[in-house]
Ligand binder design. Structure first.
Ligand code: FAD
Length: 436
């Protein structure tokens, strides 16, 4: 096979070029904090920032460099995304529940954009719109039903795009039409995370990189928690677990409830601007309609295409990942068949057994996790909500707070069943496609 990689190829997120990971901030561990946060992604830092600005002393620990997790690795799609369709949720649990859930997704999305604007975080946040590309005629019909239901009940805008007009949005004949959701957005996830981290540091948060939290134990009635880290022990009145797809087995209650899986992404080399413009003339984000999605977007800061898919395929070798992803690229956008890839990377996401994100408090320890590929807005929002709870503020509750966080008997955090689940998703998509 011809070489698919540029000579300066990096097996690292494209986002790290503009927002490289910093080393630890060099704070000395204090004997106690008001709050300790495990995980330095959007969830942890948004909680930390809110608590610190309210006058609490806060320490954030990350077992890797701060921002090493999915928050500096994701695709930067901002939306009202849930693995459970609105129409199905309404049929199963009633209109009031479904609209409360989807209104909360909207709140997460809008509040994240508002926060970025208020804080002047320069991270290319835009309402670029999203194209959902239908992989079959039946998917197209299902997409229309879903979006029509959401428009009727929630007033959310969309426009269907028949197959004959697809090339107005994307240089492809692969899909059977699609839908444009004009108000959804995107950002540069690395610059967003860096902006959040800078603000947390300015507010006085101590951020410890390369420092793993190895145990959390109740210190005694009303005395908070003893937190053991690789840098020593400290105490905290409140503890937040914000580890999502990186949740370790030594937090067994949480590890039993999230299903870690690997997401895959790549960046093309710099493209002639007119070639890139031809691929995605409106510079929207694109996902396809499968359960196991392929996704595409222009880079916000250089003429490249960023894309991903083949989730949880099990590959770890960068050359093999590049070959697989390049195949997806050639299939969707044949004009790019000869372009090389400058970056290939992976990151850990977290699924859940009910396919819903979860926020809550167990045994006195707060958590927000299980974002099912939608943690840019949801992680930011849950971080804020958790901090509001800790501060005892009378803020509206999240609709996601009410649900119990399910697990399965004998599940301990090693998802041996993932390959079977991914094959099941592919079978479901194929069955739906045949039903047209
Ligand atoms: C390839 C990919 C593409 C994605 N695309 C999108 C997208 O377009 N839009 C979207 O909304 N979402 C997307 N996501 C999901 C999104 O990135 C995540 O849901 C979100 O970043 C989770 O943020 P977080 O703060 O909860 O966790 P993370 O950012 O993952 O941070 C968790 C941190 O916890 C640390 N940690 C774990 N255990 C310990 C311990 N014991 N002690 C100390 N630290 C610990 C880890 O090192 C890690 O840094 C994508 C994810 C991936 C991987």
């Amino acid at each position: 096979m011809k070489n698919l990689l540029t000579t300066d190829f990096r097996n690292a997120p494209y986002w790290w070029d503009a927002a490289p990971l910093a080393e630890s901030t060099g704070d000395a561990l204090a004997p106690s904090y008001d709050a300790v946060i495990v995980g330095s992604g959007y969830t942890g830092l948004r909680a930390a920032l809110t608590l610190a600005r309210a006058g609490r002393s806060v320490a954030v620990f990350d077992k890797e460099r701060p921002g090493y997790g999915a928050s500096r690795r994701n695709a930067g799609f901002l939306g009202r995304t849930l693995k459970k369709s609105y129409v199905d949720l309404k049929a199963a649990k009633g209109a009031a529940y479904a609209s409360a859930i989807y209104r909360d997704l909207s709140m997460a999305y809008e509040s994240t954009l508002a926060f970025i604007a208020e804080e002047s975080i320069d991270c290319h946040a835009v309402r670029c719109g999203r194209l959902v590309a239908a992989t079959s005629a039946a998917h197209y019909a299902g997409l229309d039903r879903e979006l029509a239901g959401m428009k009727a009940d929630l007033g959310l805008p969309y426009a269907m795009l028949p197959r004959a007009r697809m090339r107005e949005e994307m240089a492809t004949d692969l899909y059977q039409g699609g839908a444009v959701i004009p108000d959804l957005g995107s950002l540069h996830p690395g610059l967003y995370h860096r902006g959040l981290m800078e603000r947390a540091l300015s507010a006085g948060v101590a951020i410890f990189g390369n420092c793993e939290v190895t145990a959390i134990a109740q210190a005694g009635q009303g005395e908070g928690f003893r937190v053991t880290t690789t840098a020593g022990e400290t105490r905290a009145r409140d503890v937040v677990v914000a580890t999502n797809g990186y949740t370790p087995k030594n937090l067994p209650w949480h590890a039993r409830r999230v299903i870690p899986f690997t997401g895959y992404m790549a960046a093309t080399e710099k493209l002639p601007p007119e070639l890139l413009e031809k691929q995605l003339p409106h510079r929207r984000t694109v996902i396809d309609s499968n359960l196991d999605i392929d996704f595409f977007r222009p880079a916000p800061d250089s003429p490249r295409l960023l894309f991903g898919g083949a989730t949880a395929n099990g590959l770890t070798d960068p050359a093999a990942i590049a070959a697989l992803l390049h195949g997806r690229l050639r299939q969707a956008l044949p004009d790019l068949a000869d372009v090389k890839l400058s970056h290939v990377w992976t990151g850990q996401c977290a699924g859940t057994f009910d396919m819903m994100p979860h926020i809550g408090c167990h045994d006195g320890i707060w958590y927000g996790m299980g974002y099912n590929f939608a943690g840019v807005p949801m992680g930011s929002y849950f971080g804020l909500k958790i901090a509001q709870k800790i501060l005892g503020l009378q803020a509206p509750a999240s609709a996601f707070e009410a649900a119990a966080f399910p697990t399965l008997p004998f599940y301990r955090g090693s998802p041996w069943f993932l390959p079977i689940a991914m094959r099941y998703f592919a079978w479901k998509d194929a069955r739906l496609a045949r039903s047209a």
